[in-house]
Design a protein around this ligand. Structure first.
Ligand code: GLV
Ligand code: MG
Length: 364
């Protein structure tokens, strides 16, 4: 099923070096399926990482399917070099052995400059390309990286007679990638979305941190001195600028932005705040690297039932979406109607996936 993505409308063809609009949606290989014109409307509140070389964790994938929106087999960083091939084979086995139903099946492949990428792609598409929804590509630097994978996937889809195109999700985790984020977002109709990769990005930018996402106690502003010590200080969000830039690039192209990993599994409160900031800024979901983060992502990336109820009141008060009304002392107009519509469309999508939330989102 396809439906317009809530994150934007249409494709922006304004760059001079873009293909012509007609060519943009043509298959890149004879016999490859036609590129999608709209992203599938899917709820992707959490992309749950599984290490496929770990037999014990792989065996639990069947139980996970009902409790997460996306299961991702990770082949890249965190997989030891001597387990790279086992991870690829483990991913193929887990894709074959399970019925994923409406739960997304993704893999994070190794980087384009690694010795494993070509076999990751060719072996996985040959074996389970018909079950694979999205390939997450790490360390994307520019549109050229997406063009390479786009063409390769079209050739493999044609060779293996696949009926539906495999989508691409880029990780934004190098300074060069952040500079080119708009070009990456519109590089191909295969682009499903993008995730912030704060750990690699910190290294690429020479940030002086050793964390995987989240805040830092030394990144702050100090209140003016009132003659008394200690002076108040306020921690700032190291990732605000990049998330905002990513959200704009994605929304303008009708694809989805995601917050990536939060590495401190002992600090669930900080994880929740980081995820919520991303949600409020426009992100669709985040990575969950530990089972304790699944419930957080579900809570944060599903709209608050009270906000949904208020949004319904706005839509009901302005049936044609125009004019101005007051509700509880707050002005509503065409623009707040559109915000309410974003909220209701997301609540409807979440309700289709989650019966408990469906009850909470019912009109009063
Ligand atoms: C994720 O891959 C990151 O580098 O943060
Ligand atoms: Mg990374």
């Amino acid at each position: 099923m396809t439906a317009p993505c809530i994150y934007g409308e249409g494709i922006n063809f304004s760059e001079d070096n873009m293909k012509s609009p007609r060519a943009y949606f043509a298959p890149l290989a004879l016999g490859a399926p036609a590129p999608l014109r709209e992203m599938p409307a899917r709820v992707e509140r959490m992309i749950h990482f599984v290490p496929p070389h770990n037999d014990k964790l792989r065996a639990r994938v069947g139980e996970l399917i009902g409790s997460v929106d996306v299961i991702l087999g990770n082949l890249e960083d965190a997989v030891p070099v001597d387990a790279k091939i086992a991870a690829r084979q483990g991913f193929i086995a887990m894709a074959r052995d399970n019925d994923f139903g409406a739960t997304g099946l993704w893999t994070r492949v190794n980087a384009l400059n690694s010795p494993w990428l070509l076999d990751d792609i060719t072996e996985i598409v040959a074996a389970v390309g018909d079950k694979l929804d999205v390939i997450m590509l790490p360390k994307v630097e520019g549109a050229w990286d997406i063009h390479y994978l786009d063409q390769l996937l079209a050739q493999l889809e044609a060779r293996h007679h696949l009926a539906k195109p495999i989508l691409i999700h880029a990780i934004l985790e190098t300074a060069e990638g952040v500079n080119n984020v708009v070009d990456i977002a519109r590089a191909s109709p295969r682009m499903q979305g993008m995730s912030l990769g704060p750990a690699d990005l910190a290294a690429s930018r020479a940030m002086k941190t050793t964390r995987v996402g989240g805040g830092h106690p030394d990144y702050r502003v100090l209140a003016d001195s009132a003659g008394t010590e200690p002076r108040a200080h306020y921690q700032q969000d190291l990732w605000h600028y990049t998330i905002a830039k990513m959200v704009d690039a994605c929304a303008a192209q009708g694809i989805k932005p995601f917050y990536g990993p939060f590495g401190d599994f002992s600090d669930l409160a900080a994880c929740e705040v980081q995820f919520r900031n991303a949600f409020l800024m426009g992100c669709a979901g985040a990575w969950t690297l530990h089972p304790s983060q699944i419930a957080i992502a579900k809570r944060v990336f599903s709209p608050d039932p009270a906000e949904v109820a208020f949004a319904r009141r706005i839509l009901a008060a302005m049936p044609d979406g125009s004019g101005a009304v007051m509700i509880d002392g707050k002005m509503q107009d065409d623009a707040t109607w559109k915000q309410a519509k974003v909220m209701i469309d997301l609540a409807d999508e979440v309700a289709r996936r989650d019966p408990d939330l469906a009850r909470l989102y019912q009109p009063a």
